[in-house]
Every structure is written in structure tokens, then in C-alpha cells.
Design a protein around this ligand. Sequence first.
Ligand SMILES: [Fe+2]
Length: 347
Amino acid sequence: MPVQPAITAAPPGFEPVPARVLTDIETLPCDLYIWRGPRPILYAMRGGDLRRVVARAQRGMSFLVREIDADLLHGALAASLPRVLANQRMSPIERSKTAYSIAAKVLAPVFMRDRPLDHDGLMMTQNAVDAITFRMLEDEDLVWAMVATMQKHMATHTHAINSAVYGIVLARFTRFGGPQEIRDVARGGLLHDIGKNRVPKVILDKPGPLDAVEWQVMRGHAKAGHDMIVRALGYAPSYAHIISEHHERCDGSGYPTSRAGSQIALDSQVVAIVDAFDALTSRRPYKTAVTAFEALRLMRVAMRGQFNDELMREFIKLLGGWNALSGGNVSGEVSNPDLVGSLRVAG
Ligand SMILES: [Fe+2]
């Protein structure tokens, strides 16, 4: 049977599901459809035999689920994440790609502008990133596979996942703290920009420089994000300060409170570095991406003094080591030295 290409669009009322993400689901939580004619056709029923689905998944097929079933599917996917990450039948890079796809699928709704952040959604988000954190603490092969898997889309949720992964890598290798501290870096890295849901899209994606009023709105995302998390949980979690501090800078040039040096928590300083690095190496509506090398150079030269020196050195060492391992192909698309004059990483 010919391989059906991945579905990138879906008919109204349905959402596409890359087959690979279903690999380690125990029981099918909802009906699965395929789309070959005018209408989707029922392919496997809820609670049905997953072996057939997995066999298809190995051929690279995609499926559809009804939008009303999406939460059921996301719950099952999130629950399967620890199994995927530990699945020794897959190579580290396969595990990492599958885990990234699952994380992207599960976390996308949390970062949607039109959905309020609720307690259950936030708990599932925390659990998903915790699964990645704890596996990456145990499995060094997976660490480098995750770095290699990073996708440089414009979407807020992929930036969030990337920041969490880079944060875990930096915190893990600087022996920055125990598993709980690293878990907080990952959670804070994942949720640091959640407050952007409160920034109008016209400002967020404006293709030119922001005026003074727009900047003020943009800068509000740090506190807005902190408040969203506290509201959803009913208390301030141990990573809440990372969200409000991720744009503070060591030289006092950051926001919202212009704290400097040791006034900024160390885990916030970790997230500040990985956030800026991933923003620079990703394409956005208002800028192209720079290579990892250029991003690190910009952070060391054009943004001198803004980031913790010691952490910066470690981060460069880590990415340099990984770059050597991967044949010098660290992600980042377009080399653009002119970017120095028009840096807008702060978004
Ligand atoms: Fe931010």
C-alpha cells in the first residue's frame, strides 16, 4: 500500500494527527479517521486495536480526530510521553522527534490566544515538561537528540519547548542544582512567554520597530504571564519568578523592574539566555533567523553585559560541543549580520 503523506490540513471539525505520535498510546481514546475522499472515513474506533494503528504509523501515515475529541487525545498523548522517552525500541533521535511532536501537539492549545489558561491545562503542561526533564537528566544521548530535534517555527509553543529543552541542557551541565531546581527551569522556560497571549497580535507580529506605547504593552507580557499562572493554579509556584524576570538583564537594562546582577534569580538568568538564543535563531514575522554562531556572538558582543558571564561561557561550550558532534550544523537559517542594528529579541 502506498504511503499516505502527512495531513497538513483538515476538513472542518477535524484536526490532523501525525501518526508517529500515537506509537506509545495504550488504548485509543477516541475514534480515528483517514481522509481520502470528500469526507473523512472512520479508521479505528475508540478503545480499538492499536496494533493496526501502530503498523500504519510505521508507514508514516497521518490521521484525523474530531475536534471535540481533541482533549481526550491530548490527555492520552501526554500520558504516553514518559513511555516514548524511555522506549528503547527507538533510537534517541526517533524518541526525541516523537517526543517533540507529542509535546508540540499537547502544548499548542495551552498557548492559544483564545483559550484561557485553566488549572487542568497547566497541570498537564507541567507534567509533560517534567517527563522530558527527568528523562533528559538520566539519558545523555537523549539530551543531544533533543537539541538536534529543535524546530525553528514562528509559533510561540515551539519557542516554549525549545526554551525548556535548552534550559534543561544548560542547567544540567552547569550542575546548577538538583532535579527539582532543573524541573523549575524547564517549567519556567516552557511558560515564560505565556503572557504574550495577552499582547495584541498586531503588536506581537509587527514587521517594524515598536513605538513607545507598543513597547509598553509588549513589556507587560512578563507580569501578565506570572499572573496567569498564579490565577490558574491558585498559588505562586516555585518557578513563577522566572516568568516575571526573564527579561531582566544583568546590567540592569532589562524589564519590568531593571534588576541587576544577583538581584535576578539564577534560574531566571538561565532562561534569559536560552530565550534570547532561541529567539535569535528562529524566524519571526519581523526578522530572519541567524545561525547559532552568530546568535552567540551577538549575545557576547552586541549585548555584552546583559547575560550572566559564567552561564554564557557554559552555554557556548555546550553548543560548541554539540555543534562539533553534529558536523557543524546547529539550527538557524539565515545569516544576517545587519541584524545587530535592529535587534528585537525582547518580544
Ligand atoms: Fe518574553
